[in-house]
Design a binder for this molecule. Structure first.
Ligand code: VGL
Ligand code: ZN
Length: 213
């Protein structure tokens, strides 16, 4: 396998380290704030860092509250397929949508907002949940000559996993830094995504491996 040590053509993609995904937030991931320390530890080894920010309008289709009679964590069929319904979270301009105050990555080159179309969710940083509407990140990486993606953040089995699998679809080598992520683990979703990682060639490693190379 090629070196795991970050080079000038590698980017650290820090996914959705926002208040609503951390303890006390509207869609809190257990121990979500614990990703911040390992993210800071590996971040100093990267020349390029991109942050993603889940950024929904109040009428977003992923909110159970916008589907009368539905509860969070149920799924429904939308035009593009099955969609899990979530509590209202990461609403544009609200404190829950802000990055966690302890996250300190002023050197990040891009903040990519996603999930801003009312009628479609976007777990992945590359494509919305219809799997065809691009966010522009693939083009950004290509134009800037960024060739490998390291992933960290929240949630391991949703936005991190979808981003990893979509990067592979684009032919981009991907490392997921496992201990710099935390999972929602809804109905076995973490194990299911790990099986997908295996098939797609997403490599899972520890923060210590990034730092040591
Ligand atoms: C996420 C569910 C809904 C995530 C975002 O960041 O993993 N999960 N919106
Ligand atoms: Zn969301």
């Amino acid at each position: 396998m090629d070196s795991m040590r970050p080079s000038a053509q590698d980017v650290l993609l820090v996914v959705d380290v926002q208040n609503d995904f951390c303890p006390g937030g509207a869609l809190a991931v257990a121990h979500g704030d614990e990703v911040i320390e390992p993210i800071h530890r590996i971040a100093s080894h990267f020349e390029h860092i991109i942050l993603t920010q889940d950024w929904h309008p109040p009428d977003h289709t992923s909110f159970a509250a916008n589907h009368p009679g539905k509860q969070p964590y149920q799924s429904i069929q939308l035009s593009y397929g099955e969609q899990t319904l979530w509590p209202v979270h990461c609403v544009q301009g609200t404190p829950g949508a802000e990055f966690h105050p302890a996250l300190h990555l002023p050197q990040a080159e891009l903040v990519l907002r996603k999930g801003f179309h009312s009628n479609i969710d976007s777990y992945s940083a590359f494509f919305e949940n219809d799997r065809v509407t691009p966010t522009g990140l693939g083009g950004y990486l290509r134009e800037r000559g960024l060739k490998r993606v390291y992933l960290a953040g929240l949630a391991y089995d949703y936005c991190v996993a979808y981003s990893a699998l979509d990067a592979r679809r684009l032919g981009i080598p991907v490392f997921v830094v496992r201990d710099a992520c935390r999972a929602i683990d809804l109905h076995g979703s973490a194990a299911r995504m790990e099986a997908e990682f295996e098939k797609a060639g997403v490599r899972v490693l520890a923060a210590a491996q990034v730092v040591v190379g």
